[in-house]
Design a protein around this ligand. Structure first.
Ligand code: 5GP
Length: 192
């Protein structure tokens, strides 16, 4: 998505440890008009897939998930991050290593919100090593829900998580893929 690449180039800030901050439109301030455009792009990619629910993880996946969900007229379920003390048999859970914090979180969804009747699209803001996405896939699998694929705003392709999942047969569509990122340059993977 050309407009997203331009926005990343203009407003993105690179921090140590391969962290890209896009706080001006996605990670702190939310640019609602631009979120709507990203939502529309997700609908272009997945609008005919029969999705009845979007699954994401708190906190920063929620905005883009909601934007696509409004246009698809489906609910959003977001996995909550918490510690295992709060876990019960009433939840589907997965362990996810946080890329930005380095800690391991348990993410979970109450069983009442996912089932074998669901056809799910997973949406998130970033894809790096793929751990968050793998955790959400594990939760969907535990619920016997069908996953049509994932839609990601920004994939850091040089970290390999997205391509690993594609090789495993998961449909992963990212609105912008970064193949290289340094303090002074960001190179995008050409896309159709
Ligand atoms: P992964 O699990 O694929 O390694 O990382 C994806 C998760 O980590 C996303 O849910 C996102 O919140 C966070 N994340 C990974 N890389 C970045 C980054 O460069 N910038 C920001 N803001 N979040 C990131």
């Amino acid at each position: 998505m050309k407009a997203l690449e331009e926005k990343i180039a203009k407003e993105g800030q690179v921090f140590p440890g391969n962290v890209l901050k896009v706080s001006s439109f996605l990670n702190q301030q939310l640019d609602t008009a631009f979120l709507k455009e990203m939502g529309a792009e997700i609908v272009r990619l997945y609008g005919d897939s029969g999705v009845n629910k979007i699954l994401t993880v708190e906190a920063s996946g929620i905005a883009i998930a909601l934007s696509a969900a409004f246009l698809m007229n489906v609910p959003v379920v977001f996995a909550k991050k918490g510690n295992s003390k709060n876990m019960t048999d009433e939840k589907y859970s997965a362990e996810v290593k946080s890329f930005t914090k380095g800690t391991v979180n348990t993410i979970s969804v109450d069983r009442e919100f996912l089932s074998s009747k669901d056809k799910i699209l997973i949406v998130d803001d970033f894809l790096a090593d793929g751990n968050a996405l793998k955790g959400l896939l594990a939760i969907a699998k535990a619920a016997n829900a069908e996953v049509v694929g994932a839609a990601i705003a920004i994939e850091k392709g040089f970290q390999g998580g997205g391509d690993e999942l594609r090789k495993m047969g998961v449909r992963v569509e990212s609105l912008a893929i970064l193949d290289e990122m340094t303090d002074s340059t960001i190179k995008f993977r050409p896309q159709n």
